[in-house]
Structures are given as C-alpha cells and as structure tokens.
Design a protein around this ligand. Structure first.
Ligand code: ZN
Length: 572
C-alpha cells in the first residue's frame, strides 16, 4: 500500500479534549476522528488495527468451541421488560420508538436477546452445552464521555454467552472462555491480569475482569505481590486484626463548633483521622441504616449493599439523617441515636475499638473516649468488611501487604446462573424428559477499547509502539527519493516481496522531507521501519530498525537480504 493512496492525516498538536496519552495518539496518528462527544470514526489506519484485534478474538473464540452469530442492535423493549432491566438500566440505555410508537433500546449488551434466541432453538440436553458470540456495536448513554474510545457512547464489543445443563457444567464453559481470554490478550501484545470483580447489574455470583495495568486506568485494583490475588476496589477484601483497645474512661462531650468533616474536627482537636469513627446514614430499600467506619477510610457501598442484602442503597437525605440520628450529617454517631432501634453496622476494624471520637448526635458536638462494645448497640454480627481496600491493607489470602494499581478493563467473564434463563423460561429436557432451567455465563471484550489499551500500554514520547500482531501495518518503508526511479523501484520491489511473504507494509512515497517521514513513522508506530534512499543504497543497501530500538541499532542490509532481516526483526 502507498501512503499517497491512503486517507491519512497526522497531527502535530494534541486534541484539546484528550486527557490521556492513548487518546491523544489515537487522534494524532490518524487512527480515529471524533464526530461528536463519545462518537468516533475509525479511519482506514485505525480500522486495520480494529480488524486485526477482532480477527484474533474470532480465531480464539472459534478455537474454544464458541459459534459466531450476529443479533440486532435495535432490541424490542419487551425483551428488557421480561428481565426487569428496562427500568433497572436507567438512563444509561438509549431508548427510542418506531413510527408506530413501539419502544426499543439500542443494545448495551444482549443477555435478553440471546436467551430468547437460544430458548427457541434448544430443547434437549443433547444440544448443550452451547456458547455463542457476536462482534457487534454497543451503545451506552455515558453521562460524561471521555478518554477517547475508553468511555464512548458507541463501542465495538465481543459478547459471548454460554448455556449449560448445570452449574458444574457451566464451570467448564467459564474456564474455556477464561483461558481463551488469556490467549487473546497475549496475542494482542497486552499484559492483561484477571481480577476478581463484583457482578453489578448483570447479576450472578462470580466474575473476573481482565485489566491492563496503566497509570491512566480508571479502575483501582488491589494487588498482592505475595500470591497474585487481584480484585477491583469494589470487590477487594482485606484481612483485619481486631482492634486490641485499652479500657478507656467514660465518654464525654466535646464542643466542636464549625467543624463538619473528619478533617476539620481532627485539625480542631489535634488528633489523627484514624482516632475517629466516621458515621453515615444510608437509606437501604428506603429504611435508614447507620454505617460506621474508621475515620480515615471510605465506605464501600457495593460491600455494604451486599451485606445489608438491599435492593437499593443511597445516602439518606437531610430529613432522614436528622430523624434517625438527631443531628445533621457532620455530627452523627453510633452512641444513642435519636431513633432508638436504628440498625447500626460497622467495619470489622472497629470491633473492640476503644478511646474513639464519634459524632454526638447533637449539632456541633462530638464524644471522646467511646468504647464501641460498651457504649453502642452494634450487634456482634453487624461488624463486617465494609470499606474500600487501599494500599497497605493485608491480603485476605496470604497475609502479605497489598498494593494499589490502576487498570483499564478490557474484558470480563461472568457466571450468570439462571437470572435470565429463569426470566425467559429457557428450559431443556434432561434424559428423564424432565424440564430444567439452563445455566448461563456471559463474556465480553471491548474490541475498540482494546485497541486503545494497546496504545496506552505501549507508547513513548514520539508516538505509538505497536505489537506486530495488531499494528495497522507491520512495516513502513520510508522512500526518501520518490522521484529517483531506481530508488523507487527498490522500495516498490521490496513492498511486493513483503506482501508476497504475508507481511503488510506501507510505503511512504510522499514528496516530504525525510524528517517528516521519520516523525510520522514514529508517531503511528509501525513495528519495523525500512529506509530506502540513494545514500543508503550507495552504502550497500537499505536501513532497517524496530520502532522500539533507538537509532544506534539501525543497520544496513543488502537489498536481497531485506525480507529475511525484516522477518527476523518482526519475530523478536
Ligand atoms: Zn496474597
């Protein structure tokens, strides 16, 4: 392929709305073009990488025994109403109506659709297990689209769904997808880690996310260097030793005017935040619950919601806080709240804690010398792990100290159970001709997001450094003297030889200065660069080097040996 025949427009300046390197490079290297907030066109160069990622996914899905199909993006509302998610998805889902006022959604995922399809075809255990997948555009009404393809309104996703006769059988389907994912990300040149995750709105019991570690990642991951335990911050557990509190004198009131937050009271009293108990009132299924955590920690609402077994959980409004505790939010505490039977739950680290400072349930007052066991009505069973994990916490598996990393989620695997197959009555007959509900799993990969994750993980100050497997072209030939017929012939002959060898190559045949070509080659990040010029040919051949090697590694090879040398560089 010749550069002058391709629609490429590299840019010197970063786009104004780009906050992270991979977003800047996607646009500057002419891979994508923004249409509007959260909407991007894949330009020809970007499309080539997108197709390569999709091809790897397809090969590994097929190899794992999954079958490809494709389902409509436009999904009738009744499918979503049947599962109860028409409301539950809330404003994240694009909803629209046809001319007859029939409601639809632009699919953000397809559990409902696929369950409806499979139940209409599968009726016997003999037809199971089945795993089907599609690579299809998905939609999400992001409140704040950002980070390029990371949080966009429209994105390409591979979604797979497994159907099995039992939970045990579903384990094997899950494992097959888990293993396929490891191969897929490795082949894309990505270091992706499986991370334990909460199951969120999808439902089910158990899941892993695959994360690419990157400073710019949006998700926090607790990671144990001792045993490899990794979990996202919603899910991450920690081991907590009981607080071995010394006995303390009876509690007493302290006047703390104008100090509302832990930081303010802590500065006012001159004691560290860890001496405090942070108390918040939540509405769990509409009823007030007080939650106490150490003053220097934050409540993990996902853990709290699970612990309370609540369908909905949100911070209580001003009136509920006042009624439940007797004070405004800044002075709430677990000792004698206004509502005598208020349920109070507390983080495990507070069990046995003494000498703590808590809100007095009286505006502008705190209590010091509080012994939680002595002075509060928190039941033994209401202590649990309720905070967001942080660096320095103790690993729940091996007891070593955990680190905090940041990651970009590129894939997830979920064990769904029967949430959707129950809702859709997706049943099969067993060998006794009895009807049983199928057990499901679902498995996603952000295809467009993976392209950007590769860039985020592999770039330098000059541009992208593509792994050969997903680069738009594996090789660029910088033709320095396109008007010199003899030199041009060498470049175009080499192009033909490389193409015949199955290596894709772009010849930069523009009339620009060498400096411009080298800059663009580094910016787009082709894995191997070949320089063909009159000077080099006079010195014995063409110059070759890998993008990730510096200039000193540039070597001259005779034209006749160029294909072999390039192949060797690509294989390194
Ligand atoms: Zn560990």
């Amino acid at each position: 392929m010749k550069w002058t025949k391709m629609m490429i427009q590299t840019l010197r300046d970063d786009p104004q709305d780009a906050e992270i390197d991979s977003h800047k490079l996607l646009v500057r290297a002419s891979l994508v073009k923004k249409i509007s907030g959260g909407l991007y066109t894949f330009l020809p160069l970007g499309m080539r990488s997108l197709r390569k990622v999709a091809a790897i996914i397809r090969e590994e899905m097929d190899r794992a025994g999954a079958q490809e199909l494709v389902m409509p993006i436009l999904q009738p509302a009744e499918l979503w109403q049947q599962s109860g998610r028409w409301e539950a998805m809330g404003p994240n889902m694009f909803k629209l109506k046809d001319r007859a006022e029939k409601p639809y959604a632009l699919g953000p995922t397809a559990e409902e659709e696929v369950t409806d399809v499979v139940k209409s075809i599968v009726s016997s255990y003999r037809q199971l297990p089945i795993t089907v997948y599609q690579i299809q555009w998905k939609f999400r009404d992001e409140i704040r689209p950002r980070f390029g393809l990371m949080r966009s309104k429209e994105f390409l996703m591979k979604d797979a769904y497994s159907f099995d006769v039992s939970l045990d059988a579903a384990d094997a389907s899950y494992q097959a997808m888990y293993d396929a994912y490891k191969r897929i990300f490795a082949r894309c040149g990505l270091k992706a880690y499986p991370v334990e995750a909460d199951t969120g709105d999808i439902g089910g019991k158990f899941s892993h996310e695959f994360h690419v570690l990157a400073e710019a990642g949006e998700d926090g991951i607790a990671f144990c260097p001792g045993c490899g335990y990794a979990a996202n911050l919603e899910k991450a557990e920690r081991k907590v030793a009981a607080a071995a509190g010394e006995p303390c004198p009876a509690y007493e009131e302290v006047h703390t005017p104008n100090a509302k937050t832990i930081e303010q009271v802590s500065a006012f009293m001159g004691v560290p935040g860890s001496a405090f108990v942070k108390s918040l009132v939540y509405a769990a299924d509409g009823k007030p619950v007080m939650v106490c955590v150490p003053g220097d920690r934050d409540v993990n609402e996902v853990k709290l919601k699970h612990f309370l077994n609540a369908k909905t959980l949100e911070l209580a409004d001003y009136e509920m806080v006042l009624k439940a505790s007797g004070a405004n939010a800044g002075s709430v505490g677990p000792v004698k709240p206004a509502q005598a039977d208020l349920r109070i739950v507390a983080d495990q680290a507070l069990k046995g804690a003494t000498g703590r400072i808590v809100g007095a349930n009286k505006d502008d007052y705190h209590l010091k010398n509080v012994d939680l066991a002595r002075d509060t009505a928190i039941a033994d069973g209401d202590y649990a792990d309720l905070v967001i994990a942080q660096a320095g916490d103790v690993c729940p598996r091996c007891g070593k100290t955990m680190e905090l990393k940041r990651g970009i989620e590129v894939g997830h695997v979920f064990k769904l159970g029967t949430k959707y197959t129950d809702a859709f009555k997706a049943v099969y007959k067993n060998d006794q001709l009895q009807e049983n509900v199928m057990v499901m799993g679902c498995y996603g990969i952000g295809v467009s997001r993976t392209v950007q994750a590769v860039i985020e993980q592999s770039h330098d100050k000059d541009g992208i450094i593509w792994p050969a497997s997903v680069a738009p072209f594996q090789v660029v030939i910088d033709l320095l003297d396109p008007t010199d017929k003899a030199v041009a012939k060498v470049a175009f002959d080499l192009e033909a030889q490389l193409e015949a060898a199955g290596i894709d190559v772009l010849v930069d045949d523009r009339a620009d200065r060498p400096g411009v070509k080298f800059k663009d080659a580094d910016l787009i990040g082709f894995p191997v660069r070949v320089v063909v010029g009159a000077k080099g040919l006079a010195n014995g051949g063409v110059e070759v080097k890998r993008r990730d090697q510096d200039k000193s590694r540039m070597k001259i090879v005779p034209t006749a040996d160029a294909v072999a040398a390039i192949r060797e560089l690509l294989a390194q």
